[in-house]
Ligand binder design. Structure first.
Ligand code: GAR
Length: 215
């Protein structure tokens, strides 16, 4: 399966995908990475691993529509079959989503629908929740919403700050995202309205539900 990954910053989730592919655990090809700004760490990761990438900056386009049309074209030209938002900090419009129906997924650092939007980890610490987590979900027009494919949870400690919680969450993010991509590539992810089922996966476990298999 050909992957297109959209990034806006550090790219540690992108790195987790690269590593899983290089280790032979994830049988996919990274066809193209689209970055929405220059000078980000995610681009350096592409260069280091010889992964094709393009920088498409919203400011270089007259409208959001033109920006998204250009992204769609770049992804289609690269033969992308699944679009992965890995720290991509923009909401996509129906124009984009219609080009890849049920083929756009996102990772978000909360148990959605809690703490959508920016700084989810800070929101969780400020709110005082005692359990947080991360979610991989299909993307809809709503911000960090959409049918949940898999979630992982972890305790929030009394001494946690946004930074410490983010750091612990990231180790889970880096496992759950390549796993979900792998399940999709195996054709095991089925959607029924808002409900998503991974065929053959083990449900009823924590911290990962469904339980991870290879990651
Ligand atoms: C990750 O924590 C990801 O879950 C989050 O941004 C970070 C990107 O890190 N995404 C969102 O908040 C989406 N709303 P990375 O660039 O190192 O992968």
């Amino acid at each position: 399966m050909n992957l297109g990954v959209l990034v806006s910053g550090r790219g540690s989730n992108l790195q987790a995908i690269i590593d899983a592919i290089e280790q032979g655990k994830l049988k996919c090809r990274l066809s193209v990475v689209l970055a929405d700004r220059e000078g980000i760490q995610a681009i350096q990761r592409c260069q280091r691993h010889r992964i094709p990438y393009k920088v498409l900056n919203r400011r270089d386009f007259e409208s959001r529509q033109e920006f998204e049309e250009r992204m769609v074209r770049a992804l289609q030209e690269a033969g992308v079959e699944l679009v992965v938002l890995a720290g991509f900090m923009r909401v996509l419009s129906p124009l984009f989503l219609k080009a890849f129906p049920e083929r756009v997924i996102n990772i978000h650092p909360s148990l959605t629908p809690a703490f959508q939007g920016l700084n989810a980890q800070r929101q969780a610490v400020h709110y005082g929740v005692r359990i947080s987590g991360c979610t991989v979900h299909f993307v809809t027009e709503e911000l960090d919403d959409g049918p949940v494919i898999a979630q992982a949870c972890l305790p929030v400690l009394p001494e946690d700050t946004e930074e410490t919680l983010s750091e612990r969450l990231l180790t889970y993010e880096h496992r759950i995202l390549p796993q979900v991509i792998s399940w999709i590539s195996q054709g095991r992810v089925k959607t029924e309205g808002r409900k998503v089922l991974v065929e053959g996966a083990q449900y009823g476990t924590l911290p990962f539900n469904p339980n991870l298999e290879d990651f």
